[in-house]
Design a protein around this ligand. Structure first.
Ligand SMILES: [Zn+2]
Length: 84
């Protein structure tokens, strides 16, 4: 794995949370906790392959575990990114 240089504060690493436990709310909370880091991650994600992403356990919406974006049926981001 490449060295992680982003400024994680008290964010729970997404890889410690089983996908089955990722509710929509949990993803949005992680997104909020990321703050400005989220925008940097989103930029690094480039285009999301939405069909390949895991789904939230409750609403079954695809989400990106890296930038904590939740996607709607048309591939739009449902939880907006601050700084955008
Ligand atoms: Zn992403």
């Amino acid at each position: 794995m490449p060295k992680r240089t982003d400024r994680n504060r008290d964010v729970i690493p997404y890889w410690t949370v089983p996908n089955a436990l990722r509710t929509r709310q949990a993803v949005e909370t992680s997104a909020a906790d990321l703050g400005d880091v989220r925008f940097e991650r989103w930029m690094n994600c480039s285009t999301h392959a939405v069909v390949a992403l895991p789904q939230t356990s409750d609403t079954l919406e695809p989400y990106c575990p890296h930038c904590c974006s939740v996607f709607g049926p048309n591939g739009q981001i449902l939880n907006t990114i601050s700084g955008q």
